[in-house]
Ligand binder design. Structure first.
Ligand SMILES: *Cc1c(COP(=O)(O)O)cnc(C)c1O
Length: 437
């Protein structure tokens, strides 16, 4: 049906929303959508264009308004912990815990045995102790908060010694020197960008020193003429001066993943506190875990910032569900991030072949990445289905959106970050995108 050609042909808002196809739409929403569509139609006519069928446009506008902004997407980038795509997908077990705890009341801060007030921080202590060997643990909103809380509680108004090679920016403006400043601690830099020795820390320790901070270099590597003391060596320096060594591990793989240091190793080497993320290689919800010596953890728990930074019940439920899977070697593979990391190349390639067969694409060998600042140099052999580059936009705008990688004039749909069922959805999305473009 042709649309109106002149401003005089445009219907009124009232007439437009009176159409029976809008009968089920709340009146205010229909009116708002009709206004948007009529405004657009006026602009279109003034610039000599043709606004098209108005009622269709109103229905589409209503649909667009109703659609949630935060949506599920299919990650065909091959980056496992993709910071822009929500990092770690949750396991079924973790989601079941969220549904169970979130749907009703819970013993979040209630001690069932004693019938009195309890602490939300107690629920995960056992699992974290078993996984890391720490005496005590605390969960906050994310790892940035964990580092901030540790520095504020132990070093406020005093000095923190950090190697110049570890004064990093993680991304989105999270810079270690800035976090340090916000915690109220003073930064003392030692060593150089490429070389720092244990003796550099030793020489910088004075009466004002509150702690030594070690930071995982996360998303970059300095190669060539480099030196960095082993953690155990640094722990010795700290112990001799009777100050704690705090290790910001970043990713915090609880089970060994490539060269990533585990919290257990770090604590065994002599770190008194470790901080790590819940949603990087651990494969759980966004959270920050602080684990280590009981007395220090207690100090953090009592700090006023703890109240502002603590994790909510849904996070704790998802993290508890994830840790339960991690504790049993039989169920670890149910954590999506670990499954994707460990899936044999042949299985990924078979998925890419099926996708290519379904959409008439080509299988191509690719390199997937852990992402999230973990294992920056690690290359995970992977396979993608290559299709026309021009599908990138319609796929991104489709439902569900599909995000791939454009390279050398083609769109690569990496199959390491897709499940079999998701690959089927991608196949349908490619078909729809071709019809659309
Ligand atoms: C990622 C990272 C952080 C920040 O963790 P979030 O969970 O994103 O807040 C801090 N330190 C290091 C070394 C990291 O890799």
């Amino acid at each position: 049906m042709a649309g109106p050609r002149s401003l005089r042909d445009l219907p009124s808002v009232d007439r437009l929303v009176a159409d029976e196809r809008l009968a089920d739409v709340p009146h205010e929403l229909a009116v708002e959508a009709a206004r948007v569509v009529l405004d657009r139609a006026r602009a279109e006519i003034r610039s000599g264009g043709e606004p098209g069928e108005l009622l269709e446009a109103v229905l589409e506008e209503v649909e667009r308004t109703r659609r949630p902004s935060l949506r599920r997407v299919l990650n065909a980038t091959g980056v496992l912990v993709h910071t822009n795509l929500g990092r770690a997908p949750l396991s079924r077990a973790a989601l079941a815990r969220v549904a169970e705890v979130g749907a009703g009341y819970s013993n979040l801060e209630y001690d069932l045995e004693r019938g009195e007030r309890g602490s939300r921080q107690d629920h995960l202590t056992n699992a974290l102790r078993r996984l890391t060997g720490a005496e005590a643990a605390l969960v906050v909103n994310n790892n940035a908060a964990a580092v901030l809380l540790a520095l504020a509680a132990i070093a406020e108004g005093r000095e923190v010694i950090v190697s110049r090679g570890e004064l990093i920016e993680i991304g989105d403006g999270f810079r270690i020197p800035d976090v340090l400043a916000r915690s109220g601690a003073r930064l003392v830099e030692v060593g150089t960008t490429n070389r720092t020795r244990a003796s550099d820390y030793e020489a910088a320790i004075g009466p004002e020193t509150a702690l030594l901070l070690r930071v995982h270099q996360s998303n970059f590597r300095v190669v060539g003429f480099t030196e960095r003391p082993a953690l155990a060596e640094l722990a010795q320096v700290a112990r001799a001066a009777d100050i704690p060594l705090v290790d910001d591990l970043g990713s915090g793989a609880l089970v060994p993943v490539g060269e990533e240091p585990t919290p257990a190793e770090s604590l065994r080497a002599g770190a008194e506190l470790v901080c790590f993320s819940g949603d990087k290689l651990l494969g759980g919800p966004q959270a920050g875990v602080i684990a280590g010596r009981a007395e220090l953890v207690e100090k953090l728990r009592r700090h006023p910032l703890q109240r502002a930074l603590r994790a909510d019940k849904l996070t704790l439920a998802a993290l508890e569900g994830t840790l339960a899977l991690a504790l049993d070697p039989e169920t670890r593979g149910e954590i999506p991030i670990l499954r994707m990391l460990e899936e044999p190349l042949e299985a990924v390639r078979a998925r890419a072949r099926r996708l290519a067969h379904a959409v008439g694409g080509e299988v191509e060998d690719t390199v997937a990445r852990a992402g999230g600042g973990a294992l920056p140099l690690a290359e995970l052999p992977s396979a993608a289905c290559a299709v026309e580059e021009k599908l990138a936009e319609p796929l991104r705008l489709g439902d569900p959106p599909v995000i791939g990688i454009v390279r050398d004039g083609r769109l690569l749909l990496d199959c390491r970050t897709l499940t079999d069922a998701e690959a089927d959805e991608v196949a349908r999305a490619v078909t729809a995108a071709r019809a659309w473009s």
